[in-house]
Write a protein that binds this ligand. Structure first.
Ligand code: 13P
Length: 259
């Protein structure tokens, strides 16, 4: 049986004051979702604040991105050893908002998939669990290319690092058309895609396919979380907007308890 994981991606939001309030609100209720893995992803300038608040709790934390390089002249980037310095257990890799930004400077999606596979390997080597985000754009969705987009990244990750490495990772299906739009995928649609991802891994290694947590992300709120999490291949959520509100985020974590 897989454990549920709920991850809160704060994106570029927060301040020292609002973080304090948010962290207190989540920690206060954490006994009500103690059977669920929960991780928070603040902007990295607030890592120390989050680490100090969570270090004596069961909650984990991580960053929203990671460089594939260990150190050097990479202005604005953060390395795996730096994440280790701040006790990060997780890192988000390949979020569509990062992809879009890089696509703007001319990188093709296939090259990006290779870079994501490199970042994933760096995280695993550093003992940090990567949450690899995958999802189709609105155009790809309309063209019926969902499975093609997902298969491409899953296959590259497996080819570059071997299927066993996936047993130390988490996958997140985040359809770009559902992110921040208020239009979540239906539980049935998400289940179909998650099942496709699991089957793709199953062909290489049934054990890893059974054990890997696959999260859904895209407009998850307190009131639509339970039907999503009740699907057999949805093992929790990657939450954006709703992770900035303690009550709403707690509701989502509680919905994962009986999943
Ligand atoms: P929303 O929950 O705001 O749609 O964002 C999802 C997301 O991108 C999480 O990484």
């Amino acid at each position: 049986m897989r454990k549920a994981l709920v991850a809160g991606n704060w994106k570029m939001n927060g301040s020292s004051d609002s973080n304090k309030h948010l962290l207190e609100g989540i920690i206060k209720e954490s006994a009500s979702f103690s059977s669920v893995d929960v991780a928070l992803f603040p902007p990295s300038v607030y890592l120390q604040q989050v680490q100090e608040a969570l270090v004596s709790t069961e909650l984990a934390w991580g960053t929203q991105n990671l460089s594939q390089f260990e150190k050097g002249a990479y202005t604005g980037e953060i390395s795996a050893p730096m994440l280790n310095d701040f006790g990060c257990s997780y890192v988000l890799i390949g979020h569509s908002e990062r992809r879009c930004l890089y696509a703007e400077i001319g990188l093709d999606q296939l090259i990006l998939d290779y870079i994501i596979a490199e970042k994933y390997a760096v995280a695993i080597q550093a003992g940090i669990t990567p949450i690899i985000c995958i999802g189709e754009s609105p155009e790809e969705h309309e063209q019926g290319k969902t499975e093609e987009v997902i298969a491409r990244l899953v296959d590259i990750v497996i080819a570059q690092n071997g299927v066993q490495a996936l047993s130390q990772a988490v996958l997140a299906y985040e359809p770009v058309w559902a992110i921040g739009t208020g239009k979540s995928a239906t539980p049935e649609w998400a289940q179909e895609v998650h099942s496709f991802m699991r089957e793709r891994i199953y062909k290489h290694d049934p054990e890893t396919a059974e054990s890997i947590q696959i999260l859904y992300g895209g407009s998850v709120k307190g009131d639509n979380a339970a039907p999503l999490f009740s699907m057999p291949d949805i093992d929790g959520g990657l939450i954006g907007g709703a992770s900035l509100d303690a009550d709403e985020f707690v509701k989502i974590c509680q919905a994962a308890v009986s999943y």
